[in-house]
Ligand binder design. Sequence first.
Ligand code: NCD
Length: 301
Amino acid sequence: MSVDQLTSDDVNTIMDRAEFYKGRFKLGKDKKVGGLNGRTMINMFFEPSTRTRISFEQAAKRMGMLVSNIIADASAMAKGESSIDTIRTLGAMNFDVVILRTPQSMQPYELSTFTSSAIINAGDGTNEHPTQALLDYFTIQKLGMDVKNITIVGNIIHSRVAKSNTKLLLSMGYNVTLVGPNGWVPEPKEWNIPEEQYGQLNIGTHLRDVLDVSDVVMTLRIQQERFSDTHRGLIDLKDYNKEYGIKHGMLRDNQFLMHPGPVNRGVEIDEDLVYCPQSVILDQVENGVAVRSAILEHVLT
Ligand code: NCD
C-alpha cells in the first residue's frame, strides 16, 4: 500500500532479486523464469496506464503467473457495479494478487478489507505509488556511489510518485530536494515525514538554485487532470517550462535525468532532450519489469 510498510531489509531483498531478474530479462533471452508458476494475478486499473499495467503483466507472465486484466470502462463497473462488489467478485475467483490503480487516494486500504487476495498499490490518487518508487530507487542505486542528492521537480503536491519516492529515498539515506512553484510543494508534515529525516530534506522554488548540487533531476508530469480537486491552481505551461523545464545546456555530463512517464514534451523536458545522454528514462522502464517481478515474489512467497 505504501513505502512506509517496507523495512530496509525488504527493500534490499527486492533490489537483490530485481538485479537477478534484470539479468534474465535481457533482449534475446528466454524470459520465462518461473518461480510463481500457476499463481494468479489480476490487473485492476481504474485509471489510464501504459507502462505500469504492461510492466506488471510482463513481470507476472515471466514468473509463470496466470494473468487477467480489467479495464474500468470495459467492465461491469461501467454498468454501475461498485468497486467493492467488483473486488468481492474477483476475490471469489481466488486471485492471489490484485494490482490496483485508482483515482481515489487510500482506496487500496478500503478494498483490502473486502478480499483475501493480496493487494499491490499501483498508484492511488495523489497518495502513493510504491512500486514506482522501488523501481526508481533501483535505477538510482545503479547510477553509482557518488549519487546522493536527488531533486524532484514539478507538481509535487499532486504526485504520488514524488511522495513515495521522497519517503523511500530519505529512509534509505539519500538527500531529497523538492522544487516547484509556490503552493505546489507540501509541508513535510503533510506527508508524515519523520522529523529525524528533516535534515536530509530541502524545499526550494527555483530549479536553477539547486541544480549545481543535484546528482539526479527527477521531473514529473504536470497532471492537469488533478488541478480541479484543489485550490492550488494551474499555471501557464509555457511559464512552467521557462522556470522548471529541462533545457539545453542545463545538465552537466555527470548529472542524470529521470521521469516516471508519460512525458509532456516541451513542458517538463524540452522536445529533443527526453532521451539525451543524461536521461535514464528508458532504464526506469526496463528496470520496472525486473523490480515488479521481485515485488510479486516478495509478496507471494
Ligand atoms: C505516473 C502515475 O500514473 O502515477 N506514471 C507512472 O505510473 N509511471 C505519473 C503520471 O501519471 O504522471
